[in-house]
Design a protein around this ligand. Structure first.
Ligand SMILES: Cc1ncc(COP(=O)(O)O)c(C=O)c1O
Length: 473
């Protein structure tokens, strides 16, 4: 027991030291003068190599998931495409990982690392599949596990998918703290880290993100081995950015340098994630713009000093789909392929069904994950709940979708249409956040800072210099 004050402000003031003790990683060693840090060196020194990750994951049955060719969906896509078009869709079935999602890849390395450093247990703050993944991996390696989950609004209502994910964590025997939306989550998380001395199995560490690299590597090699080439495109469901970052890094490690990286999120614009009112008005707990936009435009909002998940470095294109389109894709996969899977991967599937129609018929587009499904992740559970809280649901043109107000389920697969996210706007917003958070003027940035911004935004020095002029006053 310690005698430290445990009121909200005192705990928040100790945030830095608590996080440091709970990770045993000195991020300062990667900091450079100005705004930049040495990302590559952080990933190399603090992460694990691909070979090491493969070994760690093979010890706990993570990875090596099947690549499925959904023939019936591909026939449908061909029917919807003009002559010569309609790329082949492939789906990486990540649901067969031990706890049912690609998050096992991330958790496997975090938990391995915690054990190696001698921690007695692990804690993760997550409303998602990651909790189940950490709990599952902790069981396999004999560590204790606490999951802190933002579950309810102030009336005590939790939407079915979040409740489902809490159930999964409990099934693995984790101690689950279910909290209401708002600042309580981070406070309780810090308090628990301090009280227990457990490891912070953050989603955003170099080792966690390194765990996802095997997914990208497998995608590249699965396709290469069977079809004799790398895929032309990979669609990746995007929220906090680890999925895009790790998968792309893995593709690059396999030398799949020309594969286009397409991030996809559910469009929830207008809904505020930390709002008590909006919290339950989203039928998706991840892979949506409520995380996807803020994390792309400011990755270091994470629970570690420097986020290893830096999606903007890696995306070539970013699209959104609507909630109704994803429900439709979920049914499509179940009814045409006999594969019932959860919503997150089906975000990318919905996007791929549309994007495949723009691509030539000899091209390959990979949906890089599925996730398990369960009682609360089902469209029926979600739609019944949405209806109960007053969301209008009908069949029609998904263009009529309004996040939190209307879920419009397509009447025909040709109505699934991705919306482009303007990456230049995202980049601009990233630069604006940098200038604001470092309280620095564009003219005071060094050449090293500008290089860093070009890398961060997947652009070049000229692009950054031109953009910075817009911020000079
Ligand atoms: C199954 C699944 N897919 C995709 C994502 C998005 O991953 P990321 O947050 O790394 O962008 C999540 C994260 O919650 C997830 O659980």
């Amino acid at each position: 027991m310690n005698n430290k004050k445990t009121d909200y402000n005192s705990v928040m003031n100790r945030k830095g030291e608590i996080i440091k003790a709970a990770l045993d990683l000195d991020y300062d060693q990667f900091e450079l003068p100005g705004i930049s840090f040495d990302y590559d060196s952080m990933m190399e020194k603090a992460g694990y190599s691909l070979e090491e990750v493969i070994k760690i994951q093979s010890q706990t049955n993570v990875g090596n998931t099947p690549m499925i060719e959904p023939d019936n969906i591909n026939l449908l896509v061909k029917k919807l495409s003009k002559s010569g078009y309609g790329a082949k869709i492939l789906i990486k079935d990540e649901a067969v990982n031990p706890s049912g999602s690609f998050k096992d890849r991330r958790a496997s390395v975090s938990v391995y690392h915690a054990k190696k450093l001698g921690y007695e247990g692990v804690i993760a703050a997550t409303s998602g599949n990651y909790g189940a993944a950490v709990a599952s991996q902790a069981n396999k390696r004999g560590l204790k596990c606490i999951i802190v989950q933002e579950t309810y609004d102030s009336r005590g209502f939790g939407q079915p998918e979040i409740v489902e994910k809490g159930r999964a964590c409990e099934a693995y025997g984790a101690e689950v703290h279910q909290l209401t939306v708002g600042p309580e989550l981070f406070y309780v998380f810090l308090l628990l880290l301090e009280e227990t001395g457990y490891f912070n199995a953050s989603l955003y560490t170099p080792f966690g993100v390194a765990g996802i690299e095997t997914l990208g590597y497998e995608v590249a090699m699965d396709v290469k081995n069977k079809y004799g080439k790398f895929p032309e495109a990979v669609v990746i469901t995007h929220a906090g950015g680890g999925n895009v970052t790790g998968t792309t890094r893995g593709l690059l490690k396999a030398d799949a340098n020309d594969t286009k990286i397409i991030a996809a999120s559910v469009d929830l614009t207008g809904l505020h994630m930390a709002s008590d009112l909006d919290f339950n008005r989203k039928s998706f707990t991840t892979g949506h713009t409520g995380f996807g936009f803020p994390f792309a435009t400011w990755p270091d909002r994470a629970d570690v000093p420097r986020n290893a998940a830096r999606a903007l470095r890696y995306m070539d294109r970013y699209v959104t789909v609507t909630q109704g389109e994803v429900f439709y894709a979920t049914e499509m996969l179940a009814q045409l392929e006999g594969i019932e899977r959860g919503p997150a991967g089906n975000i990318s599937l919905a996007a791929a069904v549309n994007i495949a129609q723009e691509m030539q018929e000899d091209n390959i587009i990979v949906v890089q994950e599925t996730e398990y499904t369960g009682a609360g992740k089902h469209p029926t559970a979600q739609l019944t709940f949405a209806k109960k809280i007053g969301v209008e649901i009908y069949r029609g043109d998904p263009k009529e979708n309004i996040p939190g107000k209307k879920i419009v389920i397509p009447e025909h697969p040709s109505q699934i249409r991705v919306k482009e996210v303007d990456l230049d706007r995202i980049r601009k917003s990233y630069i604006r956040n940098t200038l604001k958070n470092y309280n620095i003027k564009p003219q005071d940035l060094t050449e090293q800072d500008i290089d860093f911004l070009a890398e961060e935004t997947n652009t070049n020095i000229k692009y950054i210099k031109d953009l910075l002029k817009e911020f000079e006053n």
